[in-house]
Design a protein around this ligand. Sequence first.
Ligand code: DGJ
Length: 715
Amino acid sequence: MIHHLRAAGTSFVLDARGTGVPVVIHWGSDLGALSPAALDALADSQVPAVGPSSIDSPLRQSILPVMADGWSGRPGIAGHHESATSCAPAFVLSADELIEAVSLADPVEAGLRITLAAASLEVRVDIELSRDGVLRQRIAVTNTGDDTYSLASLDATLPIPARARELLDFTGRWPRERQPQRRDLANGTWTRDSRHGRPGHDNAFLMVAGTPGFAFRTGEVWGAHVAWSGDQRLWAESGSTGLGLLGGGELLDPGEVRLATGETYESPWLVSAYSDAGLDGLAGSFHRFIRSRRALSTRKVMLNTWEAVYFDQSAERLIELADAAADVGVERFVLDDGWMIGRTDDRRALGDWIVDPVKWPDGLHPLVDHVLDRGMDFGLWVEPEMVSLDSAVAREHPDWVLGAGADSGADSDADGTLPLPWRFQQVLDLANPEAFAHVHAQLVALLREYPIAYLKWDQNRDLLGGSAHRHTAATYRLMDALRAEFPALEIESCSSGGGRVDLGVIERTDRVWPSDTNDSLERQSIYRWTAGLVPPEFLGAHLGAATAHTTGRTHELSFRLATALFGHAGIEWDVTTLEPHERDAVGEWVAAYKRYRGLLHSGDVVRSDAGDAARWVHGVVAADAASALFAVVAMTATRDAVVGPATLPGLDPDALYRVEPVRLGAWPRVVQDAMPPWWAEGSVTMTGRVLASVGIPMPLLAPEQALVLEVTRVE
Ligand code: DGJ
């Protein structure tokens, strides 16, 4: 039959008539209600002409493109039975079922399960369209032959139309993650591979194909993301066949997945969406989808100790810091790296998750008790997947170090050669059940001894060996086990900053650390692009010291406060050193964050396309459009002395709004002889339509300054 899944402005039509692999007829704009006869007519009408010098039947883009169907582009599945001479399976459809939901308790509008069979293989394709228009696909392959099947790749694919000829994806480095790159989609394959054992700082993150010139608020866009925290591949392809596709899946090493008879490999989800309203439309669908699956607790203002004290820990010093944090309104105190036995620097002690009796003679109790007394809850940094060679665990169990022990478990591919050290550390072979049990037991002991509300789960190196597949699966198992045993526990995913920001880890964590930089200028762009997929409430945003530790750039407090307001706010600064006026400013900012977080963590992210390229405007508009918070940001010196009005998109066009500047600690620095006259009134009132299309003249901000605007519907 023909399946038509519809939700939130999106249609997905799959022609599963006959015995061939089902063909994707459409993924894109909503086609409206179509009767079975209309669907038949649609599917029939889309059969293309037979091209010259080609197979003798029309070439179709199936849900699993393979050579046996005439497909000469990248295949959906590649692999071989080890004794076989041919590796080109020919699939037939064995079942297509409409199902309510194929995964957990999801807000799924419609789900489909397609089963395909070839000689010695069975493939299951799960397709879900969520109520928010997010399309997910996951593929499982089972070896039904007598011989071992070695899987090379298994990618979910989706068609993109010929008019989607421009591509956007991301790259980056520590600590400048998720920077956009754009290009035309010419014939060929644009592939982004991640081989870090984690997505990595240069991860493609989200691949978007769109109509030329697509922008935040305009254009048709089709975007895809691989929801997996290990090696992965995301790609777009266009060929002389006239067909184009987006694809993605786990990146497997040769021999990494070898399926014995009856064994199954299941791919991660390829999470995709379509919008006719540009990148903000995509972000809206992704955010609503993620929010419907993960109900987060109120995002407490936290203080993280890392850039405040680094490894210089003592109860006295940290109690003083906790007091200063509580005084400005902090609600969660997170003790970062340096608390474990012998951890005087980053060269030792990973893997020994025991409190250092030298730095902490009475354990963490004096600090934790004090933190709780001051009305905050307590969080602790851990890096459970890692081991220092200078640690008790590595000395007692050298074979638990990834790559070290040739006998470290049935799955092990260790040959006794350690991967190159990275940040002076190695990986603990979590796929080894004994190593897993060790770290699990140590973490459980900590969680039982101390009232730990929050773990900052760090991961500071590329794997460079072993199996990224097995390591990632074991990491997920460890996170899942702890979450099951401690249901109130929150986890932050950190990986040298933003090396592991993906929807696989977000299924099991409550926050990601987008970057190690607290430099506000860097953070503006990291937030701008990371929020294109991940909702702001998951994105840690810290107020750092005036001179950023990662860049040496100095920013005024008001810019740092305005930047760290958008996201899950925190402080990573030695607040015991603050001048009284700084303390007052930080206290006001914390109060403002608490006032606005309900809006910031539930509304729609909007990013304006208009204006001087040096001036960015972004905001969050409440779901009912009754209020909004915007930031007007001078990223560099503007081209013109007087920049035109700033437009505020995304509001209800017919409603009237009052726009008021918000003083965060101090007003931003300006370079002008006089303010725009409306400033003297304290606010300006206009319709949403006028705000979006005409805008408001702004004070002329100096470079690296931001002005926050509160927008309230008045009628
Ligand atoms: C890297 C993280 O990204 C930092 O925030 C900090 O936790 C350090 N590791 C600690 O070693």
